[in-house]
Write a protein that binds this ligand. Structure first.
Ligand code: KG4
Ligand code: ZN
Length: 342
């Protein structure tokens, strides 16, 4: 079954073709970072307008490059939520219209289900069941995944998402959006141990997170170090390093706890922050000590992309998922509300 995937939930237009026999056939991504950078974050109206400009030409180009005719396509998957409503509506309207024109089924995919299945795009894919750590710009969640669509929320952030915390800390350090990769780059030249940032909520039982205190701690640390000339480059790097270590070790402690609590031996990490090298290293170390295994996708499939949506849609359609013929998006959509598909 060959499925065309369309991702337009935020600031990337992602298009992909996924085949349940052959795997990922082709994919393309257009990032809107340049469009939003001067505003320090995503401007929803600009995002929607850019998706409208890019989506159809990208689909046409991808199909031509991959030498795939419309008659070869068996289904269409588009991101139906969570995300920015206008941006979601672009993918949903185009996805539904193409499905109607080509007389194939369409499926509205949950963006976070897409993320959590993304490690399955790689060789050696994880098998169900597993624990998933979803860490993106909008979500920080630990989920017990029994099978496709069978998700139990184990814990989540009570305030800022991990990616959001990276973005806000980066902004305070004068780094451009999105901040995660910028902090990670700067942290490499930081001196470990010059600053010691707190690990929020690790001494409390449970699997919830809180990152807003780290934001305040970062702000106060900057205020203490700043001179008339601003922050010197080494201090910036040392703060970035301490911040990254605090987020990474907090996430690692909670992942270890989630594996213990569920008795599961497989951990997958997904979402933009799972591209973070230090997080991957820390989780490799933790899982090795627990005789468990950690799985993640290559960095370009950790951040938003069309491949994960095509994959999630293909797995759903293959298992008989059917949907009413309507353009419906859900800007807020709990993962636990999804239909279980054996
Ligand atoms: O999954 P994603 O692309 O979009 C959402 O669905 O939110 O995640 C974007 C988030 C941003 O907050 C970005 O700063 C963060 O992922 N991110 C990173 C890294 N790459 C992206 N955070 C830490 N380290 C990275 N290498
Ligand atoms: Zn995402």
């Amino acid at each position: 079954m060959l499925v065309l995937g369309i991702e337009t939930s935020c600031d990337e237009t992602g298009i992909a073709l996924y085949d349940t026999e052959r795997g990922l056939v082709a994919d393309a991504l257009h990032s809107q970072i340049d469009l939003h950078v001067e505003y320090g974050g995503v401007v929803p109206e600009l995002a929607s307008r850019d998706h409208i400009r890019k989506t159809l030409p990208m689909i046409r180009q991808l199909m031509a490059d991959a030498n795939i005719d419309k008659n070869a396509i068996d289904g269409i998957a588009y991101t139906a939520g969570p995300g920015l409503i206008g941006a979601l509506l672009v993918g949903a309207s185009l996805g539904r219209s193409l499905a109607m024109a080509w007389n194939v089924p369409a499926v509205g995919v949950h963006h976070m289900e897409g993320h959590l299945l993304a490690p399955m795009l790689e060789d050696n894919p994880p098998e169900f069941p597993f624990v998933a750590l979803l860490v993106s710009g909008g979500h920080t969640q630990l989920v017990e995944v029994k099978q496709l669509g069978d998700y139990t929320l184990l814990g989540e952030s009570l305030d800022d998402a991990a990616g959001e915390a990276f973005d806000k800390a980066a902004k305070m350090l004068g780094l451009p959006y999105p901040g995660g990769p910028q902090i990670a780059r700067l942290a490499k030249s930081g001196v470990v141990g010059r600053f010691d940032f707190p690990r929020p909520m690790v001494n409390r039982p449970g699997l919830d997170f809180s990152f807003s205190g780290l934001k305040t701690f970062t702000k106060n640390t900057i205020a203490k170090c700043v001179s008339e000339d601003g922050l010197d480059e080494q201090t910036k790097a040392d703060i970035a390093c301490a911040f990254e270590e605090a987020v990474v070790s907090t996430l690692a402690i909670k992942c270890k706890r989630a594996l213990k609590q569920t008795g599961l031996k497989r951990l997958i990490i997904a979402g933009g922050v799972s591209a973070n090298q230090r997080l991957r290293e820390a989780l490799e170390e933790m899982t090795a000590a627990q005789r468990s295994q950690v799985f993640y996708a290559r960095p370009e499939y950790c951040t938003d992309n069309g491949a994960m949506i095509a994959l999630a849609g293909a797995l759903r359609l293959e298992r008989g998922h059917v949907e009413a013929l309507e353009v419906k998006v859900k800007p807020r959509w709990p993962l636990e509300d999804l239909e279980k598909l054996a």
